[in-house]
Write a protein that binds this ligand. Structure first.
Ligand code: HMG
Ligand code: MG
Length: 299
């Protein structure tokens, strides 16, 4: 069966903007965050406390969080790779963080400058300290289906790293299809294998990129497997840096259209969200790649 409601974990301000070639001014980011909250999104990943040389698009994280006026009841998680990142997040009063690991060695090296083992060692004190502070901690796992350098990623390998991340004490694990190559049968098989290994769908989220146009089909497969948290990016912001494709994350509008059509509640006002993405596209000087944004904006 399908769930009655789904939690959308909006990643546009973080995953979207980190992959846009232009650097968006902090005032525009703040307006974007406000408009997303007004459109009814309850979890909005705001930015990352990573090395500014690695992700210059998010180098303004301090100013952004210092000036953000949180909307009542809205969560604003931030990405934190290490203790230095956690210190920065704590200094700004963050209550909600995400660490981000990789199922493959190549991506761990390229994204974190660490082996998989070394990255888990790096995360351990982050999760421990965050939990002591009473923070919420999500764990991302990238390259759960395919890796641009290593090809298809074996399910057993994903399960092994997933169990270690969960063992660190994260509340939720988000399964990343970083390059958008997953298909629904693969999604079903991975969630079944994780469930058999003790990581059931109540602790999982899915994070699909739409590079091959499979993100909604994959989402439906995940919902049918019992997952109720889905990541998406308003307007489909953010290309894929590893696939040189215009389409990045699953667009939140495409997701909302799909879910509402199934009678699943999200709390999102689709028209307000489309207006937000049309406005954001103007700021970036390019059209939104979302089919639903294009269709509704043309109405
Ligand atoms: P490193 O170069 O190995 O860092 O990078 P280090 O630990 O050797 O430290 C070197 C210097 O960086 C030191 O400064 C540190 O203080 C500083 P120095 O002493 O030389 O002056 N430093 C920092 N400065 C600010 N903030 C920090 C920080 N950490 C160290 N947090 C590091 C290691 C993890 C920092 C680096 O690789 C990094 O920042 N990586 C982030 C990459 C990233 O943000 N990727 C995108 C997010 S993941 C993603 O998008 C996938 C996802 O969407 C899911 C999916 O789609 O699959 C989540
Ligand atoms: Mg991503």
């Amino acid at each position: 069966g399908l769930p009655m409601s789904v939690t959308i974990w909006e990643v546009g301000p973080r995953d979207g903007l980190q992959n846009e070639s232009s650097i968006v001014p902090v005032d525009v980011k703040l307006e974007f965050l406000d408009r997303l909250a007004t459109a009814g999104l309850g979890v909005i990943e705001a930015t990352s406390f990573v090395h500014p040389k690695w992700v210059p698009q998010l180098a303004d994280a301090e100013e952004l969080l210092a000036r953000l006026e949180p909307a009542p009841g809205v969560r604003y998680p931030v990405l934190v790779p290490n203790e230095r990142g956690l210190d920065r997040a704590l200094a700004l009063g963050s209550r909600d963080i995400a660490i981000f690991g990789s199922a493959t060695e190549t991506f761990a090296k390229r994204n974190l400058n660490r082996t998989v083992d070394e990255s888990l060692t790096m995360f351990e004190p982050v999760v421990q300290r965050a939990r002591t502070e009473g923070m919420r901690v999500r764990g991302y796992l990238s390259m759960c289906f395919g890796d641009p350098w290593e090809g298809e990623v074996p399910i057993a390998q994903v399960v092994a790293v997933a169990r270690r991340l969960v063992g660190l004490g994260v509340d939720q694990l988000s399964l990343g299809d970083t390059i958008g190559v997953a298909t629904p049968g693969h999604v079903t098989a991975l969630i079944r294998a994780l469930t058999d290994a003790g990581v059931g769908p109540d602790r999982l989220a899915v994070h699909f990129h739409d590079t091959y146009g499979q993100a909604l089909a994959n989402t439906l497969a995940a919902l049918q497997s019992g997952v109720t948290t889905v990541d998406s990016s308003a307007g489909g912001l953010g290309g894929c840096p590893y696939a040189k494709s215009a389409t990045g994350n699953l667009a939140t509008e495409d997701l909302v259209w799909h879910l509402h059509g199934l009678g699943i509640t999200t709390g999102v006002d689709l028209h307000a969200l489309v207006r937000t993405s049309v406005w954001m596209a103007q700021q970036l000087g390019r059209q939104s790649p979302s089919a639903v944004v294009r269709a509704l904006a043309a109405e």
